[in-house]
Each structure stands twice: as C-alpha cells, then as structure tokens.
Design a protein around this ligand. Sequence first.
Ligand code: ACM
Ligand code: ZN
Length: 563
Amino acid sequence: MNKIHLTGIVALCMAMLMPTAADAQRIDYRVIPLPTSVSVDTTKTFALTDGMTIAYDSSNPAISRNAQFLCGWVKDEAGITLRLAPTDKKAAVRLVLRKAPAKSSKKAKALADMSSQELASYDIAVDKTGILITANTDEGLFRAAQTLRKSLVSTKASGAGSASASIQMPFVTIHDQPRFAYRGVMLDCARHFFAVDVIKQYIDMMALHGCNQLHWHLTEDQGWRFEVKSLPELAKRGSIRQQTVLGHNTGVYDGQRYGGYYTQEQCREVVNYAAERYINVIPEIDLPGHMLGALHVYPHLGCTGGPYPVWPHWGVSRDVLCVGNPETMTFLKTVVGELCDVFPSKYIHIGGDECPRDRWKQCPKCQAKAKELGLTDDGKHSVESQLQTWVNHEMEAFLRQRGRDMIGWDEVLEGGLTDGGIVMSWRGIKGGIEAAKQHHRVIMSPNSYCYIDYYQLKDHNRQPDAIGGYLPVSKVYSFEPLVPDDLSEEEQQYILGPQVNLWTEYVAYPNHVFFMLLPRLDAISEVQWCQSSQKDFEDFKMRLPRMKQLYDRLGITYCRDIE
Ligand code: ACM
Ligand code: ZN
C-alpha cells in the first residue's frame, strides 16, 4: 500500500469520525406543544458553543432559577456548558423581562390586566448575536427555556464533552402563547399511593408540556392520603387497607397490607416544587361519597354506624358520610380548612361525584335534616339529591370565606350551583355545555377523550391491564374543548380549558403511571396549548420521536406504539 493511499484512508476515517457542523442534527424548533409561530431562516445559523454565557437579572430569584434550569438543559441535551454571567453585556443567551411601567403600582396593574395566557407568553429570537428570550413574566421565560430544551434534544454537539463543543442553531423568531388558561392533569394517589419523588417526576413531565394545573386526588374508599393534624388518626389509619384485590374484582386478594399518606410538610414540598415549575396544585377531597377511608376511622359519621373497612377492591361504596349528623359538617370543615392552610391554590376540588343516596333514604338523621331544610321532591330533584346540593353549597360558602373557588365533578350541577362554582365535566361534555350555558366556569375532562386510565392500544396483549375503554393518542389529540357547535362564542368564554385524568385502580407502579401518561400527555398538550388551526395529527406524529428520545434519555417509561 503506498503512502498516499494510506493517508487517504486515514483522512477518510478521520472525516467519518469527526462530526462537522453539517453532521450536527439541525435544530428546527418543531417541538411539542408546537409554538404559536415559528419563523426560521435556514440559511443562517448561530453557533452555540461551550463556555458561552447566559445573562439575566440575578436580583430576581425566579429568573435566576430559570437561568439555571436552562443551563442544565442545554448541558443535558446538547452537551454544551454555558456559564451563568448575569451582567455580561455580550452574553450569547439573554433572558429579559419586557419593560413594565416604572411605578410598581402601575406595573402590578399591567400584570393584573393580562390574561393568564399573556402571562405565560414569550418570544425567542436567534440571530448572529445569539439567543434572546423576552417575556412578560418569569413564567414566560421558563416556558421559553422549555422550548429551547426540547429543540436541542438529541442534538449531537460537535466535540461534545471537549472544550470546543458547539451546535448550529438556525436563525429564528418564535412567538408563543397558550390557547387555554387552564391546562390540567389529574393523578389519583388514593387507589394507589405514589411517593413524593414520583409526584415530582409527574410535575416535571407536566412542565415539559406547558401544563399549569396538577389536580391531586387524595381521598377514596380505598385510602385516605392527606394528613390532617387536628385529626391524627385519620391518615394514620384511614390510609391503610388490609389487602388489595387482584385484577378486576376477581375475588382473589393479595393478602398484603397497603398504605401511605402525605404529611402536610410533604404536601408543601410538592406545592413549592410545582410552583417553581409554574404549576398550581389543586387538592381534591372527594365528598360526601368515596369516603370509606374516613369512615373507617370515624364510623359515627356514617348513617349506619359501621364498621367500615377501607375497601380492598374497586368500585363505589354505598356507605357515604351521614349528612344529617352535624358532626359531619364539622369534620368536613376541619379537613378542608387544613387543606386550605397547606394548599394556596385558588381552586379547591370537593369531588361530589358518584354519591349513592341509598343510606340517606333510610337514615332518620338525614331525613330529619331534609325536613329541617324544607326539602321536598320537586319531580326533578329528589330530596336526597337536594341534600347533596346543600352540602355542596355549605362547602362552597366555606371555601369562599377563605377566598377560594370550589371545583366539583359535573354531578354538582344537578341541584344547581351557586355563582362561583366550577364544573369539571367528566361524563362526556354535556355537563360542561350545560354549565357554560348557565355561565359557570368549566374544565373539560370528558371520559371519552381525557380518561388516560383507559387502554391506549387495541391489542390488550401489548399493554398492561387497564380499567377498560379505548383512548388512543389520536383520539386525545382530536379533542376540541370549546364545542363550537353547541356553545356560542360568549358561552365558550366559560371553558377554562381541558384536563386529562389518570385514575389508578389498575396502575400500581411509577413506570405504569408514565406508560399511561406518555405520549397521551403530548397529545393533550397540543389541545391545551395550540390554536385549533395549528393542529395536525400527521405533523404531530413526526415531532413525537424527539420527545421519545428525551424520555429515553430521562429513563421515563412511555407507550412506544401510537394509534
Ligand atoms: C369520576 O370519574 N368518577 C369523576
Ligand atoms: Zn345519615
């Protein structure tokens, strides 16, 4: 072999091994959820390089935290080490809050006048000077940082890990703002209990997708999971069931004691973790049904006096709180009072779903209460349904005194809702439509589009056991929460936004939680964030692999197949 030939082979091998700018995967900013507008100039790029700096207002702790998030994400996804340099005038990455009126009272008013969507909005400009992120609020800066993070996923930085790592970023201007103010995800931690670290991971996934409301379902017939300090036995004993049924109420049990609850300190930790990621935590105490966790500890609060074991199987108990017993309302106000102390959320969920009234019909105390309230069957509403409405109204007034708004499942509509109540429409969309027509605020969470405890693949052999149903990614993606055929433009204003719900009868382990969540969360995130005119399922599917790469890198389980 002559020398020239050998040199040629070596050069060829070197060329194959050494990544060049052209090898580096091009950034196209086509993330999930898709930003409102993305205008790319593919002819020009800015090279983001190891050692470049991020400038930001370090006197603002939230902005400083966001700069650190961005720094970590750029390192994780692109292998590039940026340096925090708050005052660097020549920084390649700049986080900037839009100028607000100088006077703090005017500034506060300007912010107060903005919709929640405007508060989350941001702009990103990449040009020859670098990356400029501007926003009205620190939340906007966070949302922008998430968009950059997702744009960088799987980018192979040339020389990653060496001192000269760099990636090519096409020039771009991005403007982004969510469609809906309310972008929710629910997790049932009562049927199965998940550790705080799992909740944090769930929050991380929500934040990655631009969601802003975690609905935390904390109490059930199968376990009570919220510590109430003035009732120390409640969570201690109400959280434990003696065993759990196998499969779909097969009658065969595992013989294992099962339990767990969140201390108030842990709840605060979750609230703070979520707040740093611009997510509000809405706790739910489901009342007056779904209450065996509490009735087990306080059987005198049931109509029959018990005993009431914490249920080891699935379904809805006929034993519910006795609403004719004055101690019941004292109990509820104690619990919800402490809930308000721990959770600063403007919205508090009081459940209200699936409350059988069989016991109330037979109970002298409940019937006496109905008489005292002057309730009679009006042909449309039974005495017992009006009793439940009375409980709802009591709780709503109690919450209002604390400056909170009550959310209830759509059953709360049945006896009429007072003005401030919010309806979570789950039995399809009809409850939501009716509520919006009555000018009540609505969260759209119909089981047909939003129950991610359903199967996501047709073939049951390719996925773990689920509650039933069939909710593929494509169906979640097709959801239109404003139901324009049924609601006028004015009525549509009452729809705050959509939410997906993960009930966990059949979901016992964290990996399974994320398998059920992803990528259906990707689909709902475009329903929540994107304008309906932007939505395109084929295009969405082309953008999904990059999200899957991110899940792989993070070690998060997800459903690999899409239907
Ligand atoms: C519900 O699914 N029972 C709200
Ligand atoms: Zn009763």
